[in-house]
Design a binder for this molecule. Structure first.
Ligand SMILES: NC(=O)C1=CN([C@@H]2O[C@H](COP(=O)(O)OP(=O)(O)OC[C@H]3O[C@@H](n4cnc5c(N)ncnc54)[C@H](OP(=O)(O)O)[C@@H]3O)[C@@H](O)[C@H]2O)C=CC1
Ligand SMILES: O=C(O)C1=N[C@H](C(=O)O)C[C@H](O)C1
Length: 260
């Protein structure tokens, strides 16, 4: 997002909300408002979530960036769309109904969803798709590792990668979440493993194994600023778009050509 633009931030005191505000400040953007569910009245510049609608009208931001939880993200996306303000959400863990609500909001105003705003993850997905295409008979296991505060599992990124593998294979694979007891591997299934530990920012590994070789493709995020920068780039692109429901994966390549 370019200097001088004004953004609203939801989930502002969360891990990502804080990273977005820091990245915005570094770029010379103005945070028009910041809200959090239970904002501490002692905290400067963060208001309680119930003031969201009022702040939308009062501060007229160019775009909103949301990293909260599925229920609240749907609420913010719906309200922003009604007000005609473009909104980027990086929240993960949506169910089908919530996803449909996000898509419906896109009919009124630009809405962009991204399960992972790191450029390296987009490259990982491309590499995985290519590998699955040429190693079609190999077993696949996916492991994602995140900090101990993460709520949803598997990660939004893991689900995205699994969807792309299904597309590359031309059919949906059975997703086996962890294994316990007598659980021999069935042909074609994908084992999915979610680890939660310490303050790990986010790692995704796709393992492809044949009988005499393995290929391991891994992305590790070194800092949340990677996600925050990607979300700001997405917002910068979104403010010039017509109403619609957009996915980060579909525009990431355009951003890397222009903004980096
Ligand atoms: N797309 C991407 O690149 C990335 C996506 N994410 C996703 O972003 C989301 C947030 O992650 P993270 O920042 O680590 O989580 P945190 O729990 O650290 O932050 C979420 C924040 O949202 C606040 N919140 C919850 N409900 C509301 C509400 N109704 N109104 C306003 N604020 C609210 C929480 O407040 P309280 O603490 O009071 O509940 C908290 O401050 C997750 O879904 C995560 O998977 C994370 C990293 C990168
Ligand atoms: O909760 C996180 O931290 C992250 N969530 C996203 C996800 O669920 O894929 C992206 C990133 O891995 C960090």
């Amino acid at each position: 997002m370019s200097e001088g633009r004004r953004i609203g931030v939801t989930g502002a005191t969360g891990r990502m909300g804080q990273a977005v505000r820091d990245a915005a400040e570094e770029r010379g953007l103005t945070v028009a408002f910041a809200v959090n569910r239970d904002a501490d009245p002692q905290l400067e510049n963060v208001e309680p979530a119930r003031r969201f609608e009022t702040l939308l009208t009062e501060t007229e931001p160019d775009a909103i960036i949301d990293f909260t939880g599925p229920e609240s993200a749907v609420e913010y996306v719906t309200l922003a769309a009604e007000a005609g303000v473009p909104i980027v959400t990086g929240t993960t863990g949506f169910d089908d109904e919530q996803r449909a609500a996000l898509e419906a909001a896109g009919e009124e105003s630009p809405v962009l969803l991204g399960a992972n705003f790191a450029r390296g993850v987009q490259a990982l997905i491309d590499a995985v798709t290519a590998a699955v295409g040429s190693l079609s008979e190999y077993d696949i296991e996916l492991t994602e590792t995140h900090h101990n505060g993460k709520r949803d599992a598997p990660s939004g990124t893991a689900s995205l990668i699994l969807d792309r593998i299904d597309e590359a294979r031309g059919e949906p694979a059975a997703r086996v979440h962890g294994r316990e007891g007598e659980a021999p591997r069935e042909a074609g299934e994908i084992g999915v493993h979610a680890r939660r530990a310490g303050d790990i920012t986010g790692e995704h590994e796709v393992l492809l194994a044949g009988n005499r070789e393995t290929l391991s493709l891994t992305h590790r995020a070194g800092s949340r600023s990677v996600f925050a920068e990607g979300a700001l780039d997405a917002a910068s692109w979104l403010v010039d778009q017509e109403p619609g429901f957009y996915r980060f994966a579909a525009i990431a390549a355009k951003l890397s050509e222009t903004d980096q």
